[in-house]
Design a binder for this molecule. Structure first.
Ligand SMILES: *Cc1c(COP(=O)(O)O)cnc(C)c1O
Length: 228
């Protein structure tokens, strides 16, 4: 059995065990950034369908290489500059790292008519670190309203990369705050069903605090060596 399949089986077993104690089922997004298309194909053959990419050019190349896998679902999860919005709108099913109205408008404008509306999540900077992307909790509601006026986008929820801390108390506090923010958004907008939080190092805690989608790279594909 390949290491990738073995890792996937282990993570899915962990998720299913943790979900026995939570209200929702957590989906697994396999983060394949810096990994070759052949690794994605191995994971696909093992049953994985949701994949995440951080870099536009790399993601678009992999999507083209794997277009024979027709039911694969690609999520963009990295920082996006306004001159790359067309590539994301034309190639991805989801864009999880939305943090500016201007980017939302451009994605809306570039989403091709023959495709389903682009699913989007608002990225929140819950730990308020200046180095992190994302809007403040106070900016979520105005951005959500702007997105709901854009016909080619479909608002699905929130995404966050909390602080990278050894202090599990702090991390779990941040996950809790995100969950509260998510419930607020859900109460005021239709179609909200995604709270994307949790990575290889903090997946268990994220699920305990209500994550509906974990984004896992290293624990599936191994450490990343190539640099960008
Ligand atoms: C790289 C990345 C991940 C996956 O991180 P791992 O620690 O390798 O699991 C998840 N989310 C985002 C936004 C990332 O950039």
């Amino acid at each position: 059995m390949s290491a990738i399949k073995k890792n996937l089986d282990q993570i899915l077993a962990d998720i299913s065990m943790l979900n026995k104690h939570t209200q929702q089922t957590t989906q697994l997004l396999a983060v394949s950034k810096t990994k070759p298309a052949s690794d994605v194909e191995i994971a696909y053959l093992a049953g994985q369908r949701l994949f995440g990419e951080n870099y536009v050019q790399e993601g678009v190349e992999k999507i083209a290489q794997l277009k024979h896998l027709t039911d694969i679902q690609w999520h963009f999860i990295g920082p996006l500059q306004s001159n790359k919005t067309r590539l994301v709108a034309e190639n991805f099913a989801w864009m999880q790292s939305l943090e500016r109205e201007k980017i939302a408008q451009r994605l809306n404008q570039h989403r091709p008519e023959h495709m389903q509306p682009l699913n989007v999540c608002i990225q929140v900077n819950i730990s308020k670190e200046s180095s992190k992307s994302g809007v403040t909790p106070e900016q979520v509601e105005p951005l959500a309203e702007a997105i709901q006026n854009l016909k080619r986008l479909k608002l699905r929820g929130l995404m966050a990369i909390p602080i990278n801390s050894q202090d599990t108390q702090v991390v779990s506090q941040h996950f809790k705050q995100l969950e509260t923010l998510y419930q607020k958004l859900k109460a005021t907008h239709k179609g909200i069903d995604t709270l994307s939080m949790g990575m290889s190092g903090d997946m268990h805690e994220a699920i305990r605090q209500g994550s509906t989608m974990v984004r896992i790279g290293t624990a599936i594909f191994g450490p990343r060596t190539n640099r960008h």
